[in-house]
Design a protein around this ligand. Structure first.
Ligand code: FAD
Length: 401
């Protein structure tokens, strides 16, 4: 089959990986001019994520590029440590910079997949036997399947399912990340006697995180919905500066870093709510179908979703109706974590009392153990099929790269 995938971050190349290995002819179209750098470190947790990475032959490569685990130190305005959030809580079993993971997936697929940068799908017209596609750059094409792996503001979802407002819920907070490096030094092999830490500073409705010398600045702040241009980075940097104008601590330094940063990501905290991820010959994978910004597991969900979609297509012998129904069923259940919870009030609690309450959960061993258990359960709550027809598990060559 000929498959077109929109988006070349995590979900897109992961889907391309499996579809091309199953023998399909795959094109990935990405609206950015090249692979996008940046973003925080993303993490994988538990047996399900690991099983998929192993089947992709990526587990070791991800480990080689891993970010050093960094504990979060909640500090007051004088830098005194109030509580410690162990890296296991937010960093899963292994963390890797989002840009490094995107590059790795790209490198593992580029020989078998056609990548088109600087373009996007403009129209989709579905016929019984194919989807006719027109691209913004003027090209046209016909594909058997179209996959929207183009993130929370998915263009494919808008074209195939309807306007963003019907599916995306703004959660009352914005975040910005500047600097390509994850928090803390990375690729650090030498075990350190002192675990590295990143200070996290809160004022009501505001969070600021500063890493080491090359580390990123991360801010999360409560706000009503803002009207801004998603392509206007200067405007977004001004929004952040305004939101932090009266915040103390090392905020002037953070704002300087943000101002100087080449790679800067800004967005609302959003959740995507859908009751199915497929329609006709179109399927959504990753944040396009099941995002919960900063809520955890977005990247794990994306690689699991890519595997399940390709696996179901293989098992159904390319009958996309059967495969898509099974994909919907499995991923609706597995992605329920993306439709619950909101990281905003946890990261940037609305009052001093709520900040103190949040900090106290990390001083209480029983509460902390309960929270860890809950996140473990979400990460592994999928009976992952083997999908022998994808070939890897059956032929025992899962380590092929
Ligand atoms: C630059 C960047 C920085 C990020 N930083 C963070 C972060 O700090 N913290 C965090 O939790 N998550 C971050 N994310 C999101 C994170 O990568 C996802 O939550 C998760 O990994 C799932 O990935 P995804 O591939 O589904 O979506 P995304 O990673 O959002 O990727 C979507 C891709 O589709 C492309 N795209 C969008 N619209 C179109 C279109 N119409 N046509 C073609 N291509 C399109 C985008 O340019 C992007 O490359 C970031 C994403 C990007 C792209």
């Amino acid at each position: 089959m000929k498959a077109l995938i929109s988006g070349a971050s995590i979900a897109g190349p992961a889907t391309a990986f499996w579809l091309s290995r199953a023998g399909h002819e795959v094109t990935v179209v990405e609206q950015a001019a090249s692979l996008r750098p940046g973003g925080q470190a993303v993490d994988f947790k538990g047996a399900t994520h690991r099983a998929v990475l192993e089947r992709m032959g990526l587990w070791e490569a991800v480990h080689d590029l891993r970010a050093e685990p960094v504990d979060a130190h909640f500090v007051d305005a004088d830098g005194r440590v109030l509580a410690v959030m162990p890296h296991e809580f937010s960093g899963g079993d292994v963390e890797i910079a989002r840009g490094d993971l995107a590059t790795l997936l790209f490198e593992r697929t580029v020989d078998d997949v056609e990548y088109v940068f600087g373009d996007r799908i403009e129209t989709l017209h579905e016929r019984p036997d194919a989807v006719e596609v027109a691209f913004a750059g003027g090209r046209t094409g016909e594909f058997d399947l179209v996959v929207g792996a183009d993130g929370v503001h998915s263009g494919v979802r808008r074209l195939a399912f309807g306007p963003e407002e019907e599916y995306v819920r703004f959660l009352g907070h914005y975040y910005a990340v500047a600097g390509a490096q994850p928090i803390g030094a990375r690729h650090a092999d030498a075990p350190s006697a002192v675990r590295p830490s990143a200070p996290w500073y809160n004022e009501p409705g505001r969070l600021v995180v500063v890493g080491g010398s090359k580390a990123p600045a991360l801010v999360v702040f409560a706000s009503p919905r803002l009207d801004y241009d998603r392509r206007d980075v200067a405007q977004q940097k001004r929004i952040v500066a305004d939101a932090y104008a009266n915040v103390g601590w090392r905020v002037p330094e953070v704002l300087e870093r943000i101002e100087a940063a080449d790679d800067f990501s800004f967005d609302g905290l959003n959740r995507v709510h859908m009751d199915r991820f497929t329609r006709g010959r179109v399927a959504l994978v990753g944040d396009a179908g099941y995002a919960n910004t900063l809520g955890g597991f977005g990247t794990g969900l994306a690689i699991v979703g890519a595997f399940v979609l390709a696996g179901e297509l293989a098992e159904a012998d390319g009958d996309h109706r059967t495969a898509f129904a099974r994909y919907d069923e499995r991923m609706l259940r597995y992605s329920k974590v993306a439709r619950t919870g909101n990281a905003g009030p946890f990261l940037a609690p609305p009052s001093r009392m709520r900040i103190a309450m949040r900090n106290s959960t990390f001083r209480n061993r029983i509460l902390f153990a309960g929270m860890m258990k809950l996140t473990d359960a979400f990460a592994t709550d999928l009976d992952l099929p083997a999908y022998p027809r994808l070939g890897f598990a059956a032929r025992g060559d899962a380590r092929r790269s």
